[in-house]
Design a protein around this ligand. Sequence first.
Ligand code: NCD
Ligand code: ZN
Length: 351
Amino acid sequence: MSEIQSLTLRRPDDWHLHLRDGEALAAVLPFTARQFARAVVMPNLKPPVTTVEQAGAYRQRILKAVPHGLQFTPLMTLYLTNVTAPAEILKAKASGFIVGCKLYPAGATTHSDAGVTAIEHIYPALEVMQECGLVLQVHGEVTQPEVDIFDRESLFIEKTLAPLTERFPYLKVVFEHVTTHKAVEFVQQARQGVAATITPQHLLHNRNAIFQNGIRPHYYCLPVLKRETDRQALINAATSNNPRFFLGTDSAPHAQHTKENACGCAGMFSAHAALELYAEAFEQAGKLDRLDAFASEHGADFYGLPQNSGEVVLERTEWTAPEHYPFGQDRLIPMRAGEKIHWRVRTEHSA
Ligand code: NCD
Ligand code: ZN
């Protein structure tokens, strides 16, 4: 049998992650800390993390929740608003623990109502970010109700992102969780300093998954899953060894009852099997050998951080993802709940 049975990777990082807070944080952080050395932590708490002081306090709560024996470094972000002061950006840079600022167009996704209503409002902040080298992380979707949900990312590129990357020619920009072939093409052709993260769900599924034999709220995330042709473009980008594309799970836990609801929340939880799900996607493309660079090198290089020194081993082992995990007083339904996963991460810390 010539199938690869195990794969050793440099310890990876997750460049886009939702950890929430309180009991939810305690419930989900161990999954990420087990696999990843670092993660870029999204600031869309309620209320959002808009100041360095809040980010510092949140960082301390995260560090406290790291299980004993695991090494994990949270890389913090600030949530940009219409009134983010340039002075706060300078303070963020000086903190040493903040790597970037997140642009949520107001109303685009979960907890984005405090986001930016017109891009001009953040020009002063972007000016300073460009000067001091903080990364702009972008949720790239327009929000006008008349624009079809499947076209929101493409239109955002045209209306906002392309002009922005020209207006601020040295600003480092990560186009988060890209979902369309248009986004892939944009990133491939953009100026230097523009990159993108790709989630496991957008590599493994197209939008049919949301409607298979009924409506499936656990396949609902934002940006929403797209067409098969888009998925193929994402697979090609992720497995191309192009340093502009790297791992960002967008693992976004929500309590079961808030997803299985007449108005269900957007977000899929993948941290319990993040690297394993990426491995499946890369293997399907016949490109398992490219996973290391995507998961463990490109992101660190883009952010100007050292690559990690430890290793993780992925083994070909079939296991069944639990139907649910505890989530404070609630339950969390993970990606692939009750279904088989074909790889398993073994770390120095796990049996
Ligand atoms: C994220 C969340 O739940 O915080 N949801 C999602 O569907 N991805 C927000 C986001 O990243 O858009
Ligand atoms: Zn996200």
